[in-house]
Design a protein around this ligand. Structure first.
Ligand code: LLP
Length: 455
């Protein structure tokens, strides 16, 4: 019989999970139904309810190992991969990435606390943000966390706090390299018109101003050009521009020891996507830094990179239960699931596309139909798939959406007061809870009805 879900026929790349659509442990059991991490999805839904976020531990670990190994292979100097925790921040993710020798990038006190409580060593945490609050800055300083200076507002306050708190701070300078890449407008960060970092034309001034500050030691430079990028050339160019910024810093007496190229490597959401492997990406960046340093006879800096999506996205799936159907004759058939834009805001925000299958019929063997998969939110744009081809389904069937590990849970909301799903990690046939399911009552926790309104 024809197998319509061609993504199941692509051999799984164990080494570079970002090249796959499905987690590396994805399989089908003797009932013909979907399993991940050796666990039957049907059983997981029975035990933990629906909808459900599931992370596959082996996929996560393989992704981390690919970055570590490739950095060791291609970069002769010291290196440290840093997980961009905005992709998916939790105690579990913090703990897992530190166990694989990763550092972590945080952009808020919440992400910092999650990292520290999750066991990430403070020396390996980098604190970003284009509008850090005073509380966040002081928290980072008191915890000896490396701060990335993004703008003059950061600079002025750090100068003051370093004096007041009598601390000697190690900081990095973030700049906008002026590199264009092909990705969604909202997730580009390196072009000249970006809210992040100093413009290249400001670098002289910033290096000059920071040279005279006794308590601030500029140890690194940072740039990030965007996310879900499939081209390698922008990262090759970025590495060169960054090495040149180290030379510039030298003119002002700074000895830059760390070069952080950000993240951005894309993943395969659908068959049409074809991202480079983690190995190719690391090789490109490493070679470019090494070549440029040799050219100028510079010592190799510690090379840091900040992958988020390519660590966690492919490891994650979301399982929904299909509920209502609506047939609009000659137009489309809607099926609605028990989640939507609150657990996955990416389709409505970026028109992102995903792959999915029925849990009981992963290979699409039965009577293929085209469905529009809608969420349950009170918004017409709450559509997860415009046209999904799967076997004929009915209310109560489970739908598994792949590639949801990054920027789903971390961008989730309670729109329409819908509680967030539970989260599990699966490995070797067992499943463990990493995020409790919210209840409708939980959502009242922060509501206050002032006394005068209570009779
Ligand atoms: N470093 C910095 C400074 C970043 O701003 C980002 C992502 C990363 C690293 C990690 O990039 P990645 O390896 O994940 O591409 N919500 C959007 C993505 C926003 C990315 C923001 N910054 C989405 O769902 O596509």
């Amino acid at each position: 019989m024809e197998q319509r879900n061609s993504f199941f026929n692509i051999p799984i790349d164990l080494v570079s999970p970002n090249k796959n659509i499905v987690p590396v442990t994805t399989s089908v059991n003797n009932l013909g139904a979907l399993t991940v991490g050796g666990c039957s999805i049907d059983d997981l839904i029975q035990n933990y309810g629906s909808p459900l976020y599931i992370l596959d531990e082996l996929t996560l670990r393989n992704s981390c190992k690919a970055y570590k190994k490739s950095l060791e292979k291609y970069y002769p100097g010291e290196s440290l991969p840093i997980y961009a925790s905005k992709a998916n921040s939790s105690l579990f993710m913090s703990w897992l990435i530190q166990s694989e020798g990763f550092g972590l990038d945080a952009v808020s006190k919440g992400e910092l606390i999650t990292a520290l409580k999750g066991g990430v060593v403070r020396e390996n945490i980098v604190f970003h943000g284009n509008n850090k609050s005073d509380e966040e800055l002081i928290f980072a300083i008191n915890n000896n966390i490396k701060i990335v200076i993004d703008n003059d507002y950061d600079l002025v306050r750090l100068k003051r706090y370093a004096n007041e708190l009598d601390k000697r701070l190690e900081v990095m300078i973030r700049f906008t390299p002026g590199i264009e890449c092909h990705t969604h407008e909202y997730i580009k960060t390196g072009s000249v018109d970006s809210k992040f970092g100093f413009g290249l034309d400001n670098l002289d001034r910033v290096f000059s101003e920071t040279a005279d500050i006794k308590n601030i030691n500029v140890v690194g430079v940072h740039a990030h050009i965007g996310s879900q990028i499939f081209e390698l050339a922008p990262h090759h160019d970025l590495a060169k521009i960054m090495v040149n910024s180290i030379l510039k810093a030298k003119d002002y007496g700074h000895e830059i020891k760390e070069l952080n190229v950000g993240g951005g490597l894309g993943i395969r959401y659908t068959n049409e996507d074809d991202p480079p492997s983690i190995d190719q990406w690391v090789k490109t960046v490493s070679n470019s830094v090494v070549e440029e340093c040799e050219k100028f006879n510079l010592d190799l800096p510690k090379l840091m990179c900040e992958p988020g999506r390519s660590i966690v996205s492919t490891a994650g799936i979301t399982v929904y239960t299909i509920g209502s159907f609506k047939d609009v004759p000659g137009v489309r058939t809607y099926i609605s699931v028990d989640g939507g834009m609150s657990d996955n805001p990416r389709p409505i925000t970026y028109q992102s596309t995903y792959s999915a299958c029925l849990v009981r019929d992963p290979h699409n063997k039965q009577d293929i139909k085209k469905y529009t998969v809608a969420g349950k939110h009170c918004e017409s744009g709450d559509v997860l798939f415009k046209e999904l081809e799967i076997g004929k389904c009915e209310s109560g069937d489970l739908l598994c959406v792949f590639g949801t590990g990054a920027y789903n849970s971390s961008m989730s909301s309670n729109y329409n007061r819908i509680p967030r799903p539970a989260g599990l990690v699966v490995s070797n046939g067992s499943a463990e809870l990493i995020q409790k399911r919210e209840s409708s009552e939980d959502l009242l926790k922060f509501d206050v009805l002032p006394d005068r309104f209570i009779r």
